[in-house]
Design a protein around this ligand. Structure first.
Ligand SMILES: Nc1nc2c(ncn2[C@@H]2O[C@H](COP(=O)(O)OP(=O)(O)OP(=O)(O)O)[C@@H](O)[C@H]2O)c(=O)[nH]1
Length: 462
């Protein structure tokens, strides 16, 4: 029992496996190959039907009409030679047989007496034995062998009356008996060749039907498969970023047209969504890029942007002797504004000062907020004198500012440290250090003033 179960499980597994291999193979076929398979599916049935039809087809030599003709011929012969047999006239029989034996399809013709002795014989009979001949009572077909058909008919004796010797009128009628037999063997028509013709005709028809099916399958495969391939190609191109791909709306077949329309609409929708997402991404990227380089409170370039510009300025001064001036600005007693007016007041003041500084410099100059209440200027292509003039007017503008907040008024001022960047300044850090020192000096000297410090010098009030 257990063995049976194991065997069954094994069989089921094998069946499942072969089924999955089969379905896997089917799935791997193209549409054209599927249709070809469909067209070829009836082939085994056609072949079986074809051979069955060929098998039941009666052999041409056994056609009833042919047999009847043979039987009639031998019967006529037997009747015609009756007298010759009865009266044993071989000469007459020979003439008769010679006349008939010349016929094309007669291969043997023999006339036997009642004891089986051939009275005359043309050709050698091969189909019928004497035993079979003498058993014949009426004209009939005996057999077919070796491409010959044999017909035999008895030659009947004439009916006679026997005198019984009792009186004048007393006779006994003697029934006719077989006095001999006529054997006729003729060529059997070539049944095989007729069968072959039939076979050939059926085979040609089958092949023609098959070729037609294959042709239709290939045409259908292309008619259905090509639009599908176009769809697959369109999807592939869209995935590669070609959003202008569109499928023809006049494809063959209503279903294909609907599919193309749907895919075109889908591509359009995806394209719209992609544009919206891309716009969002671009906008976010720009925003992040802006935020990365700008101060959120004042909108001025921030410390990172300033460091970058300063690096470039230092490199340019060393390379081409482009002179520029770096300026540090630190508000004086800014903490007081925060403490009295609150952080919001401090923010508002920072924005106000930023606006003032921006208004007071040239367009090619860079203004940035680099820390809490610290600003920096990069005055490009600028002499120290021009720089002092610009910064001095800034200093005055800031100290003239009356900042009002919630009914209070604040007086503001700033300390400025200037550093010229020439070819002797070898790094941004060195430039920053000089400007920072100058600003610190301005603070130390009493604030609200400008200190210029040349590279390598002690510095002076501007
Ligand atoms: N409102 C506001 N305050 C800030 C901001 N960033 C920094 N601060 C404040 O700014 C002040 C800067 O400090 P300091 O420069 O030492 O103060 P100060 O009063 O200006 O001193 P001096 O520079 O020596 O005159 C600190 O109190 C910080 O809390 C900001 O974004 N907004």
């Amino acid at each position: 029992m257990a063995m049976d179960l194991l065997k069954f499980a094994h069989e089921v597994k094998w069946r499942d496996m072969s089924w999955s291999v089969c379905t896997g193979w089917l799935r791997s076929l193209s549409l054209t190959q599927h249709l070809l398979l469909l067209a070829l599916t009836p082939l085994p049935f056609l072949l079986v039907a074809f051979f069955m039809v060929h098998e039941v087809e009666p052999k041409a030599s056994h056609e009833p009409a042919r047999l009847a003709r043979g039987v009639a011929s031998v019967h006529l012969l037997a009747t015609a030679v009756e007298a010759g047999v009865y009266f044993r006239r071989p000469h007459q029989l020979e003439q008769f047989v010679d006349a008939l034996g010349g016929a094309d399809n007669v291969t043997a013709l023999a006339i036997y007496d009642h004891s089986g002795r051939p009275l005359v014989e043309r050709g050698r009979p091969v189909v019928a034995t004497w035993e079979r001949v003498r058993a014949v009572r009426t004209a009939s077909f005996i057999d077919e062998r070796g491409g010959r058909m044999a017909f035999v008919a008895p030659v009947m004796s004439m009916p006679t009356a026997r005198d019984d010797g009792i009186g004048d009128a007393l006779f006994t009628l003697v029934e006719p008996n077989a006095a001999g037999w006529v054997l006729l063997e003729i060529d059997a028509p070539a049944p095989v060749s007729a069968g072959d013709q039939l076979f050939l005709r059926h085979a040609l028809l089958t092949l023609a039907a098959l070729a037609g099916s294959i042709y239709v399958a290939l045409r259908l495969g292309h008619a259905w498969g090509d639009p599908m391939l176009r769809v697959a190609d369109a999807v592939k191109r869209v995935r590669a970023g070609q959003w202008d791909v569109r499928l023809p709306a006049d494809a063959v077949g209503r279903e294909m047209q609907q599919l193309n329309e749907g895919i075109n609409a889908l591509i359009g929708t995806l394209e719209g969504t992609r544009r919206a997402v891309q716009a969002g991404v671009d906008e976010a990227r720009d925003r992040f890029a802006y935020q990365a380089m700008h101060d959120h409170l004042t909108g001025l370039p921030n410390r990172r942007a300033f460091d970058k510009a300063l690096d470039e300025a230092v490199a340019a001064s060393r390379r081409a002797s482009d002179r520029c001036v770096l300026c540090f600005i630190d508000l004086d007693f800014f903490k007081t504004v925060n403490d009295i007016g609150g952080h919001a007041a401090g923010d508002a003041l920072l924005r106000e000062v930023a606006r003032l500084i921006q208004q007071g410099v040239r367009t090619e100059d860079l203004t940035s907020r680099i820390g809490g209440d610290e600003f920096a200027l990069l005055l490009r292509n600028c002499s120290t004198d021009d720089a002092c003039r610009i910064v001095d007017s800034l200093c005055r503008a800031i100290s003239a500012l009356r900042f009002r907040w919630e009914g209070r008024e604040f007086r503001v001022s700033a300390s400025f440290g200037l550093a010229e960047i020439d070819a002797s300044v070898d790094s941004s850090a060195a430039a920053l250090k000089i400007a920072d020192d100058a600003c610190y000096a301005a603070k130390r000297e009493g604030r609200n003033q400008v200190v210029l410090r040349q590279p390598g010098s002690q510095g002076r009030l501007a």
